[in-house]
Design a protein around this ligand. Structure first.
Ligand SMILES: [Zn+2]
Ligand SMILES: [Zn+2]
Length: 383
């Protein structure tokens, strides 16, 4: 109780002083080979540097062509060839500057980014790194991971989760020249948020807020699409027991889009799979022993690893299912979509729509967590 009070006081104290914005280096198009791109200044001008030396100013709506040539980054405009460098930088002149990156040849959509861009060479292609204010980055992630037309409180929830994740995983790409990639491996990020007006608002209204456990450490804010009516303990899905990732019932997601699924597989196909799979035997809930097909209905219990393999091999939405025999087929009747640990997105969307606050939503999915300002977290660390 005392600890909570202390955190709250410090929270109030620091809430107004979160001015020093954190910057993050995000590797762009990390799973593609980019050899030629266009960079266009969108909102105002950028200063261009080649190996630290000022080359030119890129005025609003002007573009530069960047190309991988013989191990270097070559840069030229319509009228000028600026030569080749180990590293080319586009430095923003204001906090709100944006630029567009457009792949030439490789068919990538053009994407718009906030703040700075650094281009170097990696594995015979261009390595593009967006040096971006974390709040701008969070907006982009929330849009890419959740889409449009969600409740405002839900966008706040996702903003806090995404910010916490980014800060807890700063070293994920250590040695590669950037901190996080822009793909599912880290968090999907396709540039700034531009289709949903509520997202930048939600990011701003939760600026700097992150989630910590009772030891004031950033949490692994796991989430999945739909938990199927009950979230799961982290140790039941992964190997590690985590104090804040505890199973709890969830009635909010029961009529969600991914609450239920079915898939039919022929008995002969399943038998073949079963022979190859060598399941670890476990007692079935009906007491008859697993792997024996009941004539009417039976619930099978599989080993955790077997379940993960079955889900992967048949493309099921979750590992939570029962099997029902019907003629010469087995019907898999499943619940939920994803691993089911931590926050359930469809449940959280429903809660947001019903008027629950982002704090209430987060506290209902993560056990014994605190919301805290990043600056006060740094304060705790330095103590
Ligand atoms: Zn990554
Ligand atoms: Zn749920």
């Amino acid at each position: 109780m005392l600890q909570r009070l202390l955190i709250y006081i410090i929270f109030l104290f620091f809430i107004a002083s979160n001015a020093n914005a954190q910057v993050i280096e995000v590797g762009l198009f990390t799973y593609k080979s980019m050899k030629k791109v266009m960079v266009i200044a969108e909102t105002d001008s950028y200063i261009i540097y080649g190996d630290g030396i000022r080359l030119s100013e890129l005025l609003q709506f002007e573009g530069m062509r960047i190309e991988y040539i013989e191990g270097k980054v070559a840069i030229r405009s319509l009228s000028n060839d600026y030569g080749s460098y180990k590293e080319v930088e586009f430095r923003a002149q204001t906090q709100t500057s944006t630029l567009t990156i457009k792949g030439i040849e490789s068919k990538t959509n053009e994407r718009e980014y906030n703040n700075h861009l650094k281009i170097s060479v990696f594995a015979k292609s261009l390595q593009l790194i967006n040096i971006v204010n974390i709040e701008n980055y969070v907006g982009g992630v929330v849009e890419a991971e959740t889409g449009k037309n969600r409740p405002y409180e839900f966008y706040k929830v996702q903003s806090i989760i995404s910010r916490t994740y980014a800060l807890a995983n700063f070293n994920r790409h250590e040695g590669e020249g950037f901190q996080l990639c822009d793909a599912v491996h880290c968090q999907v990020y396709h540039g700034l948020s531009r289709y949903e007006k509520l997202i930048p608002k939600a990011v701003l209204s939760t600026e700097g807020i992150v989630l910590v456990n009772s030891d004031i450490e950033l949490i692994t804010a796991a989430f999945s699409s739909n938990c199927g009516g009950k979230t799961r303990n982290s140790e039941d899905v992964w190997s590690k027991k985590v104090s804040y990732l505890k199973s709890r019932p969830d009635t909010f997601c029961l009529d969600g889009k991914h609450a239920q699924w079915t898939k039919t597989i022929s008995i002969s196909e399943w038998k073949k799979y079963e022979e190859k799979a060598h399941f670890t035997p476990l007692q079935a809930s009906n007491g008859k022993g697993s792997m024996i097909m009941d004539d009417s209905y039976s619930e099978f219990i599989f080993n955790k690893n077997d379940l993960v393999a079955i889900r992967r091999d048949f493309g099921f939405k979750s590992t939570r299912f029962v099997m029902e025999k019907k003629n010469d087929s087995i019907i898999f009747i499943g619940r939920g979509f994803g691993h089911g640990v931590g926050l359930c997105q469809e449940g959280a969307i429903k809660m947001g729509g019903k008027g629950y606050s982002y704090k209430e939503i987060l506290e209902s999915y993560y056990t014994d967590i605190h919301l805290i300002q990043l600056s006060s977290l740094n304060f705790f660390k330095s103590e």
